[in-house]
Structure formats: structure tokens, C-alpha cells
Design a protein. Structure first.
Length: 198
């Protein structure tokens, strides 16, 4: 996790989506430790390692995520799931591209995120696609995608699969297939049983 900032191919903001209720986990997933490090700290460090200079955390109001130099943004639309979190970070980002990673996906390596940046090349958004459909919480979004997200929120159409399918068809997002060897990257922590024993 030590690429130089000079390797960043185009201006990108980084965002960790950490605003979920964590109801199945029973406690805030952002602060679950892995090797003694809270997940939110790991994910922001992962983005920073790519040379990203603007870090955003889509979080819950009133929570101190204790991540220096990261700006916390909150959902303007309550109870709208990840779509509202995406709206918040795309609104707040100062760069035209936003690399998003969920807080509860601790197995994403920096090389995979670099491959998404390379696939987009500053020209198109990139979203992985695998056996469960699109993986919208590890993706590169153009800030212009905010228009479609705001429309979906206004219509209370909160599902991201159809939205991304349309974006791919309209060449706003590029679909990249998840290789079998990459599937473990997308194993998330939803319940206490998902957390590996120390």
C-alpha cells in the first residue's frame, strides 16, 4: 500500500461509505477492528495509499470517526440506503471522479482499486460486476452521475442495480467482470459470524 501520489492518473476524490445502521452486526461496523485497526481507518488508509488527497466519509450524524484529514458527510435523504450515501459524497467531492469503497469490505487490495482507475482512465466510470450483479460499493463514479442519483432519490427508486445497468448502457459507466480469483475481495462483514476469530 505504498504507491506514490504521482502515480494517480487523474484527479480523484476517495470516499468510504460508513453510514449504514449496522443492524445485523449489532454495532457500528466502522469501528470493528481488523488486526487492531478499525475498518474505517483501514479503508481511508487504503484510499490514501493510492495518492488520493481528498478523503470523504459518508457517515452518521454526530459520530467522530477519528480519521485525520477526512471530511464526514451525512445523508440528506434519510433511510435511503447506499444511494443516499453516494449522493452525499458526489455532492461534496471537489474532484470530477470519486472512488468509493464500503467500510465493511476489508479484503479489497490497493491493486484492485488501481485497476478500476486504470479502466476508467479519467474518461468513464467503472463498476465491477459478478455473480451477485453489480458491486456498486467498490466503484469509480463520475460526479455527473449525481444527476441520475438525485432523480432516483426523488422518485424513491433506491435500487442501484437498475440505475447502474442504465448507466452502463448509456456509456456513463463501464462494467468490468470480477474474476474468480477476485471474488474474495467482495466478502463483506454483515453479522458477528463474518468476523474472523483473533
Amino acid at each position: 500500500m505504498e504507491p506514490s501520489p504521482a502515480t494517480l492518473p487523474f484527479p480523484v476524490s476517495g470516499a468510504v461509505l460508513a453510514g449504514g445502521r449496522s443492524s445485523r452486526m449489532g454495532r457500528d461496523k466502522a469501528f470493528l477492528p481488523l488486526d487492531g485497526v478499525p475498518l474505517v481507518t483501514r479503508q481511508t488508509a487504503l484510499l490514501r495509499s493510492l495518492g488520493i488527497d481528498e478523503l470523504l466519509i459518508s457517515g452518521r450524524p454526530g459520530i467522530d470517526y477519528r480519521v485525520p484529514d477526512a471530511r464526514v458527510v451525512t445523508d440528506r435523504v434519510p433511510d435511503a440506503g447506499p444511494l443516499a450515501g453516494l449522493a452525499a459524497v458526489l455532492t461534496a467531492a471537489r474532484h470530477p471522479w470519486v472512488l468509493v469503497v464500503a467500510v465493511d469490505l476489508p479484503h479489497i487490495p490497493p491493486t484492485y482499486l488501481q485497476s478500476l482507475l486504470a479502466a476508467g482512465a479519467g474518461l468513464i466510470g467503472v463498476v465491477p460486476h459478478g455473480p451477485h450483479g453489480y458491486e456498486p460499493l467498490v466503484a469509480l463514479y463520475p460526479r455527473s452521475f449525481l444527476v441520475q442519483i438525485e432523480t432516483a432519490l426523488a422518485e424513491h427508486q433506491l435500487g442501484l442495480q437498475r440505475l447502474l445497468h442504465t448507466a452502463v448502457q448509456q456509456h456513463q459507466m463501464k462494467r468490468v467482470e470480477i474474476e474468480e480469483s477476485e471474488r474474495p475481495f467482495f466478502v463483506n462483514w454483515n453479522t458477528p459470524e463474518d468476523i474472523p476469530s483473533p
